[in-house]
Design a binder for this molecule. Structure first.
Ligand SMILES: Cc1cc2nc3c(=O)[nH]c(=O)nc-3n(C[C@H](O)[C@H](O)[C@H](O)COP(=O)(O)O)c2cc1C
Length: 293
């Protein structure tokens, strides 16, 4: 990767949505929007709600399904986005769906790596998210690992009692890297209608308000594992990136920050170069784990 900046899945579409602002090939890697085997219309009703230092979303994994991805998106990755890496974020309702989708993605040379989103509800085991049950998180990681040679990043949910335990289990079951963190579960109420704002009642909370939680999790997981960490959660400036890297993130993803400032990536690339110059660093990776030394 030419730099440690990546995109948070679902916040950067299929890679070209911000092309009017900057060249996406300037980023180290693009994590694409969440993908499922079959097309999904997403959740009904209001899907976004702003909060004082962040936002709630309940998009519900709206996407055209893997067949359209193979036919249309891959062509864009091959042409317009050939100057960077693209990573597919895969989602399923059952372990079998994850495995089937991973096989399809494994066959696409334009995809560098797979990010396994284990925050999805597991319909076979009672609707609880895959990522909330250590045994199931281990099983889905192991079964997807078995069908792909591509690097496997497992993205963990913060909505669990012990995220370190889940990190260790997915490591034991073959993950090559961890992405930390997905959104926190939240809600908002419309007091005039006396109803939840979001059509789906609950939504994923993201943005600057969650940064301290994300940093704490990166720090804790770094202490417990040697796997590379993709850190994210509320990054909105160069200093935030430096904090994540010092806490243990090898790379970082920008997500909700793009919604506030579409030039964020360009500003951070400049900011990191300046930081390296001012601090006599050859490579920004020298600061990774600084607080643990
Ligand atoms: C609108 C929106 C859609 C998202 N969709 C996905 C998704 O499809 N898959 C996934 O793993 N994470 C998804 N996320 C989570 C982000 O990738 C990221 O983990 C989270 O927003 C925290 O980072 P941030 O505060 O910088 O946005 C989504 C977030 C937002 C705001």
């Amino acid at each position: 990767m030419k730099n440690p900046l990546m995109t948070g899945s679902g916040t950067f579409g299929w890679g070209t949505e911000y092309s009017d602002y900057f060249d996406p090939n300037d980023l180290g890697a693009l994590v694409l929007k969440g993908l499922t085997l079959e097309a999904r219309p997403g959740n009904p009703g209001t899907r976004l709600a702003e909060t004082p230092a962040g936002m709630l979303n309940s998009i519900g994994l709206e996407n055209p399904g893997v067949e359209v991805f193979e036919k249309e998106t891959v062509e864009i990755l091959r042409s317009e986005l050939s100057g960077t890496h693209s990573i597919a974020n895969i989602n399923g309702k059952t372990v079998e769906e994850y495995v089937e989708l991973a096989k399809r993605i494994d066959a696409i040379p334009e995809i560098t790596a797979i990010e396994l989103n284990i925050s999805c509800p597991n319909v076979k085991d009672g609707g609880m998210a895959f990522g909330a049950n250590p045994e199931v998180a281990g099983r889905v990681t192991r079964e997807v690992r078995a069908v792909t040679k591509k690097p496997l990043i497992v993205k963990l949910s913060p909505n669990v009692t012990n995220v370190v335990e889940i990190a260790k289990i997915v490591e034991e079951n073959g993950a090559d890297a961890l992405a930390l963190i997905n959104t926190l579960l939240g809600m908002a109420i419309d007091i005039k209608r006396k109803k939840p704002v979001l059509g789906n009642v609950f939504g994923g909370f993201s943005g600057p308000a969650i940064k301290p939680v994300a940093l704490r999790i990166v720090y804790q997981v770094r202490k417990a594992t040697n796997l590379p960490i993709l850190g994210m959660g509320g990054i909105s400036c160069t200093e935030d990136v430096i904090e994540f890297m010092m806490a243990g993130a090898n790379t970082v993803a920008l997500g909700t920050g793009f919604f506030m400032n579409p030039n964020l990536a360009t500003e951070i690339i400049e900011g990191l170069n300046k930081y390296c110059e001012e601090n006599g660093l050859e490579n920004i990776s020298e600061i990774v784990n600084a607080v643990h030394r």
